[in-house]
Design a protein around this ligand. Sequence first.
Ligand SMILES: C[S@@+](CC[C@H](N)C(=O)[O-])C[C@H]1O[C@@H](n2cnc3c(N)ncnc32)[C@H](O)[C@@H]1O
Length: 198
Amino acid sequence: MRSPIYWHPFFYQAAIKLTFGKSFISRYEKLAKHIPENSNLLELCMGDAYLFLNYLKPKNINYTCVDVNSTFVNAAKKKGLNALQLNIETDEIAKADYVLMQGSLCYFIPNEKHIIQKLLDACNKQLIISENIENISNSDSKLKSYLAEKFSDAGVGQSKIKFTKEFIENTFSDFKSQIKVWEVSPNNKEIIIVLSKH
Ligand SMILES: C[S@@+](CC[C@H](N)C(=O)[O-])C[C@H]1O[C@@H](n2cnc3c(N)ncnc32)[C@H](O)[C@@H]1O
């Protein structure tokens, strides 16, 4: 069953604010720096589209976003965004110069490498991925871990496990030659990886 945090962007945003606490703003600020002005951007799994609405809008970006959750897609449309409802595991993805995925690669385990390749195929210039690498579903507390997994169900099944730094290193080892940016946050909780087409 879809977790309550995916019932409305408002609930989702509250959960993210609670999870990230003091690093909520830097989560977006750091990522926004990697998206150039006047670019053509496809954001996958945009959720509440907080990054675009609060950080990218002034950059005159030609923006399309995709999510499997119809509530999020409709909410984005109401805000005037070009939003599409797609399951990126099974549906075709249109091409864009820059393709972005924030905090969502963990949903595709154990097919994460296949998804990275699919996103690379969809971008003309760069693929930008950010991921949480120290997540409460990796917590030593069994209860915390259980709840985190239950709340991760976006409607297509809950994310099985989350990434650790080692898991991320292993996942991207197949794409080594394309990695242009490997940026771990000072608190070791997040990573931004930029893969280049050329
Ligand atoms: C943890 S949220 C991330 C939202 C936003 N990018 C952020 O970082 O705040 C994961 C998002 O991935 C979406 N999602 C999960 N599986 C998907 C799939 N197979 N295709 C498209 N979107 C999917 C969910 O609906 C949800 O909005």
